[in-house]
Design a protein. Structure first.
Length: 215
């Protein structure tokens, strides 16, 4: 399996479009989330100016570190999702063929892993959106569109992760675990929505009240 981080944008898009199971929706989710984090990092970088007060500079440094960690995690999770899917597919095939007396247990473990990766993506994006919501007041006038795009893209990526969680959770045999997984992902997505709407409302209001000169 290719390391997607080493592919050009054109090659990655063609790989996604190909008639192969990976890279698929899970990988795209991680990449979309990482793009949202990259935009958040750019907004943070532009907010730091030579005249910025030390206390504000320290806050911006914390935001930059948080977005950087989220970015790295989502890039790694994009690859892990593809790997988890391949393991799940192999485990399902082995169980069908009756290759091993432990095949059922191996499949159950693979299902949980394939569910856990997108769940982690959504959790990372929830934390990222929380930080972005806290950052919004420090965003520069000309970075408002980037702030809004980062928020919309991050929430969309989180919702995309929810689809992958749900399709894999449907294969979890233990009903108690399955119910908890579905409740957890719904709670995470709800939190993402709260922060995304807060940021979007802020951006919309600032843009509507902007003077024609943009000053």
């Amino acid at each position: 399996m290719d390391d997607f981080s080493q592919l050009s944008v054109d090659r990655l898009l063609d790989e996604v479009a190909g008639r192969t199971p990976t890279p698929g929706g899970g990988c795209v989710t991680g990449i979309a989330g990482a793009l949202a984090c990259a935009l958040a990092r750019m907004v943070t970088a532009y907010a730091l100016k030579p005249a910025t007060a030390p206390s504000t500079a320290a806050r911006l440094g914390s935001f930059a570190a948080a977005f950087g960690r989220a970015d790295e995690l989502l890039r790694a999770l994009a690859y892990q999702d593809a790997a988890a899917y391949e393991k799940l597919t192999k485990a399902a095939q082995d169980r069908e063929k009756g290759k091993s007396p432990t095949a059922e247990a191996v499949l159950a473990e693979a299902v949980l892993a394939a569910t856990g990766v997108p769940m982690e993506m959504a959790a990372v994006l929830s934390r990222m959106l929380h930080a972005l919501d806290d950052l919004k007041e420090l965003a520069g006038r000309y970075l408002l569109s980037d702030l809004g795009i980062a928020a919309v893209l991050a929430e969309a990526a989180a919702k995309s992760a929810e689809y992958t969680v749900k399709i894999n959770a449907g294969r979890i045999a233990d009903q108690t675990i399955r119910t908890k997984v579905l409740a957890d992902i719904r709670m995470i997505i709800n939190r993402c929505g709260v922060h995304q709407r807060s940021i979007e409302d802020f951006v919309r209001l600032r843009l509507e009240n902007a003077s024609p000169s943009g000053r």
